[in-house]
Write a protein that binds this ligand. Sequence first.
Ligand code: FES
Ligand code: FES
Length: 159
Amino acid sequence: MSIELELNGEPFRFRGDPMTPLVDVLRTDAFLTGSKAVCREGFCGACTVHIDGEARMSCLVPVGLVENRRVTTIEGLGAGARHPLQVAFEAADAVQCGMCFPGMVMSLACTLRDRPDADRDEIKRAMTGNICRCTGYERIVDAVAASLRPSSSAEAADA
Ligand code: FES
Ligand code: FES
């Protein structure tokens, strides 16, 4: 079966089983390895992409369900100029192994687009679907806060 979609702003065609998880199509067929397949159960958030502008866990989405829809991966989000979250994560040294980072950014990008005034508690709630096994989360919250309000990194350091 042939399935067409828009992938990072370009037409993309997948030929194969429509029940193939989207994350596998992205990584294996489209060679976009930013989205990680970690738990494959909707538990960790590492596979998060945007489908029609909303964050979705691509391990749970059969590729047949995104026919004629718009899919954006971390590669597409950061194309051209890097997303402010990507810049802030790097500046705050908020990434260690990096497995959670793409999914975390994709989830938070949606949340913060809709709630640009999010405070630290809201940021923490927005991260509940994304697991990081390395950082202890505080540096990630610092990075996200800094991406919203550059002066907040200094506030975080004082907290
Ligand atoms: S790999 Fe999709 S939620 Fe963990
Ligand atoms: S940096 Fe390793 S899982 Fe988050």
